[in-house]
Design a protein. Structure first.
Length: 392
């Protein structure tokens, strides 16, 4: 089978949830999701001028909440909003929080088997425009009687509490991890570590002034353990998970460019990475969030690697209990995990986060001259998506 290469991976900065009472609006909240995706398509074309736009045959794009501006086939709408020719198709997919990672997995696999020479893949989520659950019609739920008889369903927040209990995590561990996420994200931002992956986006503030969003704005560097310990526990009375140990609600988009060996040769492109393995793994939909553990084990087995071989990990911080349970079970030291912070500090725009983590890890591997990176995200209803990449 031929090889498939990652040529580039970009993202927007994550725009905050609008808080009119606190005097700010979400930076991306008024930009149409298809326009935002289109900006990333154009950025990939501009950053890789050797590749003719006509070579890109498809855009695979995930969103989680499929309604309103994110309804229908957003991927085709992104193509038609961008400088790609109309010959390029677009396909939407939904694997909840691991959707953008799945988009890249499908893109790379399709290039490998010869179905594409060049394809873009990623995801987006406008949580301001299309809040979590706003695509659900409670009179017509998508859960069959068979499913609800067999499984108890719950919220992600409730599952985060279950995971904290199941893995015997302490409040201190949860608080300390959450504070560190903020500190690491702040330090990485200050050091300009996200500059190469973030495509600046122009937005209009509430006074009608043009602004540029080029950094993740959700970060709270002055977060203190004592302060966050006093926050309410929204998911369980007497629980451990609070707003400061949960991923923030925000808007964002990510996109990667995958091409064949022929494309690399024909257009003198420089491969940055390739996929060594992917794994999707399902667990009990009520506990929901710890599929990242068996998913990691399966991806490692498929790649023929041991956990110690991996140089950097991005374990999505849906809630602090998820990476903590993962680290405790797989005995991985914090020095290799989420070294530039995570979703607790910067936010988690659901369908786009897998692609954000892909962009972040490839830049980190390049900066530190390292070889193997592993990304894993828990996804709703007990799913998880894991990918191991090799920097080239
Ligand atoms: C946890 C959650 C319910 C909190 O929502 P919220 O209450 O609107 O969050 P806020 O940002 O307003 O934070 C609540 C309070 O905590 C405070 N807070 C949040 N983070 C803080 C921090 N790092 N340090 C200090 N205070 C903090 C806020 O300032 C706010 O205080 P206020 O009420 O005095 O204004 C929401 O973020 C959430 O649902 N996150 C998870 C999303 C999700 O499920 N994603 C899918 C994952 S699988």
């Amino acid at each position: 089978m031929r090889e498939s290469y990652l040529i580039d991976a970009v993202r927007t900065a994550r725009g905050r949830q609008s808080r009119p009472k606190k005097g700010f609006v979400g930076e991306l909240q008024n930009i149409h999701p298809a326009s935002l995706g289109g900006k990333l398509v154009d950025a990939l074309l501009e950053r890789n001028p050797n590749l003719p736009a006509e070579k890109v045959e498809d855009v695979i794009y995930s969103t989680t909440t499929v309604c309103k501006e994110q309804a229908s086939d957003i991927a085709r709408n992104i193509v038609l909003s961008s400088n790609l020719p109309q010959t390029c198709s677009g396909v939407h997919l939904n694997r909840y929080c691991s959707g953008a990672l799945q988009a890249s997995a499908f893109a790379s696999a399709s290039v490998r088997c010869g179905d594409y020479d060049a394809v873009m893949a990623g995801g987006g989520e406008h949580m301001n425009m299309c809040p979590i659950g706003s695509d659900m019609d409670y009179e017509h739920l998508p859960f069959s009687p068979e499913m609800t008889q067999k499984y108890e369903l719950g919220s992600q927040g409730a599952a985060a509490e279950i995971i904290a209990g199941k893995y015997h995590l302490s409040q201190e561990e949860i608080n300390t991890f959450s504070v560190k996420s903020q500190q690491k994200a702040y330090a990485a931002t200050q050091a300009g570590k996200f500059k190469n992956e973030i495509i600046p986006v122009t937005w209009i503030d509430q006074d009608g002034h043009e602004q540029i969003l080029d950094t993740d704005t959700n970060i709270k560097p002055d977060t203190k353990v004592e302060k966050i310990n006093e926050l309410p526990r929204p998911f369980k009375e007497g629980g451990m998970i609070h707003a400061a140990s949960s991923s923030g609600i925000c808007d964002g988009s990510s996109l990667a460019l995958w091409v064949s060996e022929e494309c690399v040769k024909d257009f003198d492109l420089k491969p940055r990475a390739r996929i060594l393995s992917n794994a999707n793994y399902g667990v009990d939909p009520k506990e929901m969030l710890d599929g990242v553990i068996p998913g990691t084990e399966l991806a490692l087995k498929r790649a023929g690697l041991k956990i110690d071989d991996i140089d950097r990990f991005e374990i999505n911080e849906a809630f602090a209990s998820v990476p903590l349970a993962w680290m405790k079970t797989l005995k991985v030291s914090e020095e290799k995990v989420n070294v530039n912070g995570g979703a607790i500090a910067m936010g988690h725009p659901l369908g786009s986060t897998g692609g954000i983590l892909l962009a972040t890890i490839i830049n980190e591997l390049e900066r530190e001259n390292l070889r193997y990176g592993l990304i894993t995200l828990c996804a709703a209803f007990g799913m998880s998506g894991t990918m191991i990449i090799e920097r080239l």
